[in-house]
Write a protein that binds this ligand. Structure first.
Ligand SMILES: [Zn+2]
Length: 190
């Protein structure tokens, strides 16, 4: 493979890149923000690598809560430990929450629309933090909580995939989540 960009590639690159800096042998690229649309749950799921999709199969999840400002909290089994306990917590923030909730229509319809909007996600499992998900979702402007700007240079140098198997398992079911989310919202109002 050629190490250099052709002139046309260079022009394309300049259109999307704000700056490139080097630090301790790593390259940091900052992209021009306005070119990005919010990353949806479906976008994230499409980006999950095939190994993770295989590993997510035995995982069970539960929607624990939905906050008034649109953050859903899930719990999942680990997917590797044999006990069926819920080991990890995932947070998914719906970026279109306030805007859609202010609209007219049934709660279910509004929630269905929110699921097409952008999301911020996180999981407290080690894989999410150390195998690239935290960094990759930060790059996609889809990280819930603190940004992670250290690239996974050793554990996932090619920056494969998007999220860990726990989040992937949940994102796979996004289309069937709206009734569960509505149930949680109604529970909050009691
Ligand atoms: Zn996880």
């Amino acid at each position: 493979m050629n190490d250099y960009l052709t002139f046309n590639e260079f022009l394309e690159f300049n259109k999307i890149v704000e700056s490139v800096t080097y630090e301790n042998g790593s390259m940091f690229v900052t992209f021009k923000e306005e070119l990005f649309e919010d990353v949806s749950a479906l976008d994230l799921y499409r980006g999950v690598d095939s190994k993770t999709k295989t590993r997510q199969k035995p995982i069970k999840y539960d929607l624990e809560a939905v906050s008034d400002d649109g953050v859903a909290t899930f719990k999942t089994t680990s997917g590797t430990k044999r006990d069926g306990n819920f080991h990890y917590t995932q947070k998914i923030r719906f970026k279109g929450w306030d805007e859609n909730m202010a609209d007219k229509g049934s709660l279910l319809d509004k929630v269905k629309l929110i699921l097409h909007d952008g999301v911020d996600v996180t999981c407290d499992c080690p894989a999410f933090q150390y195998y690239g998900s935290a960094y990759i979702t930060t790059q996609l402007d889809a990280k819930f909580g603190e940004d992670e700007n250290r690239a996974p240079v050793i554990r996932n140098p090619d920056e494969k995939g998007t999220v860990c198997k726990h989040l992937s398992r949940i994102l796979k079911d996004f289309a069937i989540l709206p009734p569960k989310i509505v149930k949680q919202i109604k529970k909050n109002k009691k």
